[in-house]
Design a binder for this molecule. Structure first.
Ligand SMILES: Cc1cc2nc3c(=O)[nH]c(=O)nc-3n(C[C@H](O)[C@H](O)[C@H](O)COP(=O)(O)OP(=O)(O)OC[C@H]3O[C@@H](n4cnc5c(N)ncnc54)[C@H](O)[C@@H]3O)c2cc1C
Length: 384
């Protein structure tokens, strides 16, 4: 059978785009095809990360897509405790990702192409077209999470254009001085320029339901409370990310499923934050490092890597069980407040999903910020 390409990537989101870019860069002769159902690549997202999330040697892959960088570090705010941390912060926008990937891949991007079926060597589109490929990888995002036990990190974010400077110098990763409702609530701020600021109202909640109108109102109320006069809302996005605290990986990705996976579809994210960018970068470069592969080998390689990631994530899932099982929803903020008193290097490794054994012990030891009986109960019998 004649193949149309060597690697067909189903899904032009973060993970799919990074794989296509990495393989195209490291193997200029490889025929890569990126197949996306929407009209643009990357959806409608701002993806942010700390410098320490991505190895300096891997950074080239994402550098051209960084829309904003804050070299001066970032801040957190809790009742009675605020802190400035030195780790520089960066944001990639989906518009930048879309432009960059199209520029690099050119005609090797297929837009508006809805994938209806996959095998290790063929993508079938809903219009009936078959794309024969040397290898296929499924990067179509979340998929079916029924086999995983999840809490949720959910949010609405808006970029506000203000009538006067907002006075915020660096990103505020968590402003948890706001009213605590629907779990752990905080505001996340990204100051784009003097008068534009991204304001996101975020919840660590037991429910994935997102009452968007209420969150929009709370963002407006937060802006008013800061004394900001909003001229326009120039961007809006929303998300409901799984915070995985248990589940059955073999049911999520059955051993006999023969198709390679990437990104959230392979559970390649930090279980406590739902953030996937650090893993997506490492994973894309690993695929490029092992290239060339046929579809069967690519599936074996990606599954064994995802299994390793799942095992390493056991500790973060345990923290998730404590967060969702032990802490009364409106007291969850205490867990984060205590965490943010720890060594900044430990905090960086946590976000990168690279906590050392010492970090793991340090995070759990000391006087618990939530009642110990609840915590022990959560560990023994995790929430359903
Ligand atoms: C609003 C938002 C903000 C986020 N911010 C961050 C952040 O700051 N940092 C971070 O690390 N993580 C963040 N995340 C979490 C996570 O990194 C993202 O969800 C990330 O985009 C997941 O990457 P992915 O490639 O696995 O899935 P996605 O990016 O969702 O990509 C999946 C792609 O597949 C396409 N697709 C789906 N079905 C089909 C089909 N049948 N045929 C063809 N194409 C299909 C979709 O259109 C989409 O483009 C955020 C998530 C959201 C929703």
């Amino acid at each position: 059978m004649m193949t149309e390409c060597d690697l067909a990537v189903a899904g032009g989101g973060l993970a799919g785009c990074l794989i296509a870019l990495a393989v195209a860069a490291r193997h200029p002769d490889a025929r890569v095809l990126l197949v996306e159902g929407g009209e643009t690549l990357g959806g409608n997202h701002i993806w942010s990360f700390f410098d320490s999330d991505v190895a300096a040697s891997d950074r080239w892959l994402i550098e051209p897509m960084i829309a904003h960088r804050w070299p001066q570090g970032h801040e957190v705010r809790f009742p009675g405790h605020g802190r400035r941390l030195a780790a520089p912060y960066n944001s990639i926008t989906s518009a930048r990702l879309d432009a960059h990937v199209r520029q690099i891949l050119g005609g090797r991007v297929l837009i508006g192409a809805d994938v209806s079926a996959l095998t290790p060597g063929c993508i079938t589109l809903s219009n009936g077209r078959n794309i024969q490929a040397g290898a296929v990888i499924d990067a179509r995002g979340g998929g079916n999470l029924a086999a995983l036990r999840c809490g949720w990190q959910k949010f609405v974010g808006q970029t506000l254009r203000l009538a006067a400077p907002h006075g915020i110098a660096c990103p505020v990763i968590m402003d948890a001085t706001v009213g605590q409702v629907d779990g752990y609530r905080f505001i996340y701020l990204l100051p784009w320029d003097e008068r534009s600021i991204f304001v996101e109202d975020t919840y660590y909640s037991g429910s994935p339901d997102l009452d968007e109108a209420t969150l929009d109102r709370r963002i407006a109320a937060y802006a008013r409370a800061q004394g900001w006069q909003v001229e326009a809302v120039v961007h809006r996005e929303k998300g409901v990310l799984p915070v995985v605290h248990g589940g059955d990986f073999d049911r999520f990705w059955p051993k006999d499923d023969p198709v390679a996976r990437a990104g959230v579809r392979a559970a390649l994210f930090q279980p406590m934050t739902g953030y996937s960018l650090p893993d997506a970068v490492r994973f894309a470069l690993d695929v490029a490092g092992d290239w060339p592969m046929d579809g069967v080998r690519l599936a074996q390689m990606t599954r064994s890597r995802a299994v390793r990631h799942w095992r390493r994530g056991g500790y973060y899932r345990l923290l998730g069980r404590m967060l969702f099982g032990a802490a009364e929803p409106e007291r969850r903020w205490r867990i984060f407040e205590r965490f943010y008193r720890l060594d900044p290097r430990l905090i960086s490794r946590f976000y990168a999903g690279r906590s050392t054994l010492n970090d793991r012990i340090r995070i759990l030891c000391g006087r618990p910020p939530v009642p110990i009986r609840g915590a022990m109960h959560a560990l023994i019998s995790p929430p359903a």
